[in-house]
Design a protein. Structure first.
Length: 162
């Protein structure tokens, strides 16, 4: 396994990002997000998102295949000043525990080096993701929101202070 971490560039990489988005939602959120919602998330929808969102995306490739990605940038609103955000990080399940997520996060955090704080939102029932973020130094700050994804799910904000 020779994983390369790089910024997204090509059409094939955008399509690979879409596949990872689609497949990883099915894998990571089964039993957390309403199954009808997961079933309604199609590869076509993920491709539309992928082509719309190509800025600030770093991918992980194993050979010619995209196996993970992270999206990052300035925090989405003015609620937190001078804060960066990890908007999404997804990895195919067969790459769990192989340092792919950590390498993607390190690359994104490097891109966000000018921010003293980095936020990420995580579904409260997603224990695997919470443990991953905690190992990187993120901590819950008490902010929560309820999303409607076929049925209500609660996401909580975690913050890394440098």
């Amino acid at each position: 396994m020779n994983i390369v971490i790089k910024k997204i560039e090509s059409d094939d990489e955008i399509k690979g990002k879409a596949y990872v988005h689609w497949k990883s939602w099915k894998e990571a959120y089964r039993g957390i997000v309403d199954q009808r919602y997961l079933d309604s998330l199609t590869l076509d929808k993920c491709e539309k998102i992928a082509y719309h969102w190509t800025d600030n995306i770093i991918i992980a490739k194993d050979g010619d295949s995209v196996v993970g990605f992270v999206g990052y940038g300035k925090y989405r609103n003015d609620e937190l000043e001078n804060t960066g955000e990890i908007f999404a990080i997804y990895i195919l399940s067969q790459y769990y525990g192989k340092n792919v997520g950590r390498r993607l996060m390190q690359a994104a955090l490097s891109e966000l080096a000018d921010y003293p704080k980095i936020a990420v939102w995580v579904l409260k029932e997603n224990k695997r993701a919470i443990n991953f973020y905690e190992r990187l130094g993120f901590r819950f700050d008490g902010k929560e929101e309820t999303l409607e994804l076929g049925s209500p799910v609660v996401e909580a904000r975690m913050v890394l202070k440098r």
